[in-house]
Design a protein around this ligand. Structure first.
Ligand code: HEM
Length: 211
């Protein structure tokens, strides 16, 4: 946080969050890209927000009633896995995984992107298909995507991120209609290395609602 009167500037968690808040994360960008490409989904989300929040801006306490918004978040991170690979694991003892022998001392790399894009698990996996997310109950959140890992090393920021990203997506859609510019091309290209990022900037037309 910046301090006044010559007191030294200190850096804390809040500073980090505020700094990160200056730009949209890739989750939010991909969500807006998909919403602009799927006007029916966007309209359905707008109606859901209107039904639950009326004219008020969506708040954290509303999120439990917004199943469609939740689906948009999860389907976006499934389709565009933000963290394709997790850090290397060292195997401490011999194990058998799904018929494969993994000896102690090996290092293994878990491919989360593949888990989210595995044909045996997801039908039409290339599609940003919200219907598949609506089939999960609240207790089944863990099966919606592998994006936050699993087991002992499960992402501790998961719940926080779902809330922040959902509120940003919900508030933008409450206030603006997103459209693709005429003649836009398919633009799913991403740079995938330790993270996955949209290759080109998002071009979308935002029209204020209720003016
Ligand atoms: C799109 C955003 C995010 C994704 C995709 C993500 C994904 C992951 C994954 C896959 C892991 C497991 C890594 C492993 O198995 O070794 C992890 C761990 C972790 N994440 Fe996240 N994360 C995200 C955002 C956040 C945020 C916002 C926070 C904090 C506020 C956070 C804090 C952590 C921490 C502390 C761990 C380590 C947990 C442990 O090793 O016990 N993450 N994350």
């Amino acid at each position: 946080m910046k301090c006044v009167n010559g007191v030294k500037e200190s850096k804390g968690y809040l500073d980090m969050l505020l700094k990160e808040g200056e730009i949209l994360s890739d989750n939010q960008l991909w969500a807006f890209f998909n919403l602009a490409k799927h006007p029916h989904a966007q309209e359905r989300l707008y109606k859901e927000l209107e039904q639950v929040c009326g004219k008020k801006a969506v708040e954290e306490k509303d999120l439990g009633k917004l199943a469609y918004l939740k689906g948009i978040f999860y389907e976006t991170v499934r389709r565009h896995s933000p963290l394709p690979l997790v850090p290397l694991r060292i195997v401490h003892e011999d194990v058998e995984i799904d018929g494969y022998h993994v000896p102690a001392g090996w290092e293994i790399l878990i491919n989360i992107w593949e888990a989210n894009n595995y044909e045996g698990e997801w039908k039409n996996l290339e599609e940003w298909k919200l219907e598949r997310q609506l089939e999960f109950s609240v207790e089944e959140d863990i099966y919606r995507t592998m994006v936050f890992g699993e087991g002992n090393r499960l992402c501790v920021g998961w719940a926080q991120l779902v809330k922040i990203a959902s509120l940003v997506i919900g508030r933008i859609v409450q206030n603006f209609e997103l459209k693709m510019p005429t003649g836009h091309k398919e633009d799913y290209d991403a740079i995938i290395n330790t993270g996955s990022h949209k290759l080109r900037p998002l071009f979308s037309i935002l029209t204020p609602r209720n003016v």
